[in-house]
Design a protein around this ligand. Structure first.
Ligand code: NAP
Length: 303
């Protein structure tokens, strides 16, 4: 599909893209750029690309597609670094979990003769770094693209096809709408997980060791989410501040009403909510976004 693709940042998402591009033959040349010598060396050892460059400006030379795969807070400085070296007509995209901020950070520096088509694959794990990637990460997962009305339609179509070849289903959305939807489906759940694991960690020593021992009773699933990359998630909350605070406000109100229901012994309120939420789980399985296996497919029992 492309003569040369440049990946800037080669962690979980960048390395997964490198694997799937190779498997599907999507680029003749893959250039890899990252900020540290160690990560670049590791990417070369694994064989993720054909060209390895610490200097992102050099790495984007002649690239038809540039994919920024770093934490979202790095986008502004990357856009400034690469702008003078971009090829006319190149497609510039990213994989960041926040979209309006990435556009605000990148658009002002990019030249008028390239196409910015921001993107976000809704696929990931709690692991990071160049060893974490695998070719099937994006299979049957959504990828959201957030071009604006000025974006070249051909560039958006080409990027859509690229993600489809990576195994994803693609949806086009307004950047602010993306940020609001993701605040509730991804950002808030991560915040809750970080908070609950942090609260457990703050308990007295004996209680804390019991929390870990009996973790199968629900806590364990939060610890998986709370093991996600601290830099990436710090940047998500800083760069999606408004939408996260908006959903957090709604969440706190609903939590207070649950608190009240428990205090008043209002079983009807609790039962009605728990039945509705069970139906949501059913719909997620029905649309193939999770498997029906009990206990997330683990073979041990859980209460
Ligand atoms: P990762 O595994 O931690 O890798 C991050 C990469 O970015 C590394 O190569 C790192 O370089 C580089 N980097 C970090 N800070 C940088 C900076 N200030 N300037 C230049 N390069 C920098 O991260 P990831 O999980 O692949 O996430 C990358 C992006 O994908 C994030 O924007 C995230 O929001 C988005 N995303 C993540 C997931 C997920 O589940 N992880 C899912 C969807 C989207 P060094 O190692 O050389 O320091």
């Amino acid at each position: 599909m492309f003569e040369k693709v440049t990946l800037i940042g080669i962690g979980l998402i960048g390395s997964s893209l490198a694997h799937v591009m190779k498997r599907e033959g999507l680029a003749k040349l893959i250039a890899v750029s990252t900020r540290s010598v160690e990560t670049l060396k590791r990417a070369e050892e694994i064989g993720l690309g054909n060209i390895y460059e610490l200097d992102a400006g050099k790495a984007v030379k002649d690239a038809d597609l540039v994919i920024v795969c770093t934490p979202v807070g790095a986008c502004e400085s990357i856009a400034k670094t690469i702008s003078p070296h971009l090829k006319e007509g190149a497609i510039i995209t990213d994989v960041g979990s926040v979209k309006a901020s990435v556009i605000a950070q990148m658009k002002p520096s990019l030249p008028g003769n390239v196409h910015l088509v921001p993107g976000h694959p809704i696929a990931g794990t709690e692991y990071s770094g160049p060893d974490a990637g695998f070719a099937s990460l994006f299979e049957k997962r959504w990828c959201i693209l957030t071009p604006d009305e000025m974006t070249d339609k051909g560039a958006t179509e080409k990027l859509k096809l690229f993600w489809e070849k990576c195994g994803s289903e693609v949806e086009i959305m307004d950047a602010h709408h993306h940020d609001l939807v993701l605040a509730i489906t991804s950002h808030l759940p991560h915040l809750i997980a970080y908070n609950i694991v942090g609260t457990a960690d703050d308990l007295e020593t004996d209680t804390r060791s019991e929390v870990i021992k009996f973790s199968a009773s629900g806590f364990r699933d939060f610890t998986r989410i709370a093991a996600s990359d601290p830099t990436m998630w710090r940047d998500v909350f800083i760069h999606n501040k408004e939408a996260v605070l908006e959903t957090l406000g709604r969440f706190s109100e609903d939590l207070s009403s649950l608190q009240k229901a428990i205090r008043r012994g209002d079983g009807e309120h609790l039962f009605e909510l728990f039945s509705r939420t069970r139906d949501i789980r059913k719909s997620i399985i029905e649309i193939g976004q999770d498997v029906e296996a009990p206990n997330f497919g683990r073979d041990d029992g859980e209460e």
